[in-house]
Write a protein that binds this ligand. Structure first.
Ligand code: FUL
Length: 608
């Protein structure tokens, strides 16, 4: 009798596990997009959300982890961040351009893809396009016979590096800009050249900037047609930012979100419905919660739309010689890495080639340090049994063995996202002297989550899933020791004259008595706390005076280009050294209304 019972139990268990296997196998997945059925409950939505998976190219893109951005173009030679399209192409003349040096440097630093600004907002094309004369073909570089895109493409092929292009939709040079159908065709022609003549393109990057063209008119982009062009010519490429494969994280500081859902309710900006969908949900790319249950409850659809963190290794996106000493420190880059790759995002790090057409020695050195640090840290995984797939629901936990004598301060967690993103919250513990102690807690895991905590000597680590959507699939658990880093970055000096002696004569416009006459070489505008505010300065006019009565305007109306997205100090060098005791900054905000500038946001550079 006993034996029969036992047999029955064994048979039942076998049948159950087979069934379970079947039900797991028959799980219906949704690729890239879900429309929730009308009236779906939150539980039904959560169930479907767990089964949203990336397209094959999105998955491949995520696995790259590190992509390099190369901002290079006419701005490199005019020392600007945003060109106005009126530049003389003759200024473009790199003396030692070597795309192999770029790719070799980046490859050695662990990057797997390179994206070049084939055209930035100034409209200057780095390839000899048939669409405009504002290109390398009109420059003295290689007697107008050069092609930066091709040189980069060839170097990528040689070093087995993936290749992407940034083509700015906003074009301040194109005469047709603002005449929407005509410019859209012009843009498609440019896209077609880039996607036809340079082999495989893996990422097409469109930023969202859309402002006035040379005729003052605003353009209405035909995203649908741009999208079709890419689909036809490079069906395997991911389309980023103004695209529906890759999402902008929402800042240019290198800061990912700790809770980062790749399965998100944010509708990609290229869809005509995106404004109405996103405003009904009250969300923007910068919003903190783009995929949690609260927002899911209100949503009608869901997108696999993973985050990309874009940031420059220097304060600006383009090369400026006066930023040679401001290459981000190893600690800063490492923090960025943990807050991007370690927060379920791809890091898109910009390294701008200089006027020679080379990656500057300081950046090369920092990239080497960054790569060495990562390989020192991640070469020695202390977990012996972390690469076995563990499928489990909230409330379950799993113990992993550490090599003997392990000192750790980082735990790496990965979900098999080809089956969906499912972990909502987790806890990691360590067995220290026979006692379990908490190392840290977190929310999402996704493709990769790096958890940092104080150094701990332990024999085991335990991962506890606190809450999941269906059963989560944990594909990797690892633990490391990351050597501590201290900040050795110099405080950037951008004001030579202490403000104690300054007197504010008026706030609108900001007029200052410096207390004595000085030889003025440059001035700097640095948004307070490095933060963008709606009242911040964007367009400006700068004037000086000896006596506070007669004023001369030094620079023609200028702009602090891109300051609202990247609010770092911007220094404007005067055409010639000027004697002045009084200075005045008249400025308007990005909306064109009077800006408010605080005295602490202004600095001057003296000629000494
Ligand atoms: C922004 C641009 O305006 C900046 O100049 C830079 O190219 C950044 C990556 O994207 O939208």
């Amino acid at each position: 009798m006993k034996r029969i019972n036992l047999l029955a139990i064994v048979l039942c268990l076998l049948a159950c596990s087979a069934l379970e296997g079947c039900s797991q196998r028959s799980e219906k997945n949704f690729v890239k997009h879900i429309s929730f059925p009308p009236g779906a409950t939150l539980e039904e939505k959560v169930d479907m959300a767990a089964r949203l998976v990336p397209s094959p190219q999105q998955l491949e893109w995520q696995q790259l982890e590190l992509t390099a951005f190369l901002h290079f173009g006419i701005n490199t030679f005019t020392n600007r961040e945003w060109g106005d399209g009126k530049e003389d192409p003759a200024l473009f003349n790199p003396t030692e351009l070597d795309a192999e040096q770029w790719v070799r440097t980046l490859k050695e630093a662990g990057f797997r893809m390179v994206i070049l600004t084939a055209k930035h907002h100034d409209g200057f094309c780095l390839w000899p396009t048939k669409t405009t004369r504002h290109s390398v073909a009109s420059s003295p570089w290689k007697d107008g016979k050069g092609d930066v895109v091709k040189e980069l493409r060839d170097a990528c092929t040689k070093y087995d590096m993936k290749f992407g292009v940034y083509l700015s939709p906003w074009d301040r040079n194109a005469e047709s800009y603002g005449d929407s159908p005509r410019y859209n065709q012009f843009f498609i022609d440019q896209l077609t050249e880039l996607l036809t003549n340079y082999g495989e393109v893996h990422e097409v990057w469109f930023d969202g900037a859309c402002a006035e063209g040379p005729n003052g008119k605003k353009q209405v982009y035909d995203w649908e047609a741009f999208y079709k062009t890419i689909q036809t010519l490079q069906p395997k490429a991911v389309m980023a930012i103004m695209g529906d494969d890759v999402r902008w994280v929402g800042n240019e500081k290198g800061l990912g979100r700790e809770t980062e859902w790749s399965a998100t309710v944010l509708a990609p900006g290229i869809y005509t419905r995106s404004d109405s969908v996103n405003s009904a949900l009250g969300i923007r790319p910068k919003s903190p919660d783009l995929g949690g249950r609260d927002i899911l409850a209100k949503a009608n659809e869901l997108f696999w739309y993973p985050s990309e963190v874009d940031v420059s290794i220097r304060p600006g996106w383009f090369y400026h010689a006066d930023q040679d000493s401001q290459v981000k420190s190893l600690k800063h880059l490492t923090d960025i890495y943990f807050q991007s790759v370690g927060y379920n995002s791809v890091l898109l790090l910009n390294i701008p080639p200089d006027c020679r057409g080379l990656i500057h020695e300081n950046d090369v050195q920092r990239l080497k340090e960054f790569a060495d640090y990562r390989s020192r840290t991640f070469a020695d995984n202390r977990v012996t049994d972390g690469q076995v797939l563990w499928s489990a629901a909230g409330g379950e936990s799993h113990e992993y063995t550490l090599k003997e004598g392990s000192r750790i301060n980082v735990v790496l967690l990965q979900e098999d996202i080809s089956k969906g993103q499912r972990v909502e919250s987790f806890e990691v513990e360590a067995l220290v002297d026979g006692q379990w102690q908490t190392l840290g807690q977190g929310t999402t895991i996704g493709y990769k989550r790096l958890l940092r905590f104080p150094e701990t000597e332990a024999t085991q680590v335990r991962l506890k899933l606190l809450s999941t959507r269906l059963k989560a699939n944990i594909s990797n658990v690892a633990a490391y020791y990351a050597p501590p880093l201290t900040e050795s970055q110099d405080e950037t000096q951008w004001n030579d004259l202490p403000r104690d002696s300054w007197k504010v004569l008026s706030t609108h416009p900001l007029t200052i008595d410096l207390g004595k006459a000085v030889s003025l070489k440059a001035f700097t505008y640095a948004p307070l706390n490095g933060e963008a505010r709606p009242t911040m300065a964007f367009r400006y006019q700068f004037s000086t005076s000896i006596d506070g009565q007669r004023w001369s305007t030094i620079s023609t109306p200028g702009e602090f280009s891109n300051i609202m997205h990247n609010p770092v100090p911007q220094t404007v060098t005067l055409k010639e050294v000027t004697q002045a005791r009084f200075i005045r900054l008249e400025a308007t905000n990005p909306e064109g209304q009077a800006a408010t500038v605080d005295i602490k946001e202004l600095g001057i550079t003296l000629d000494r």
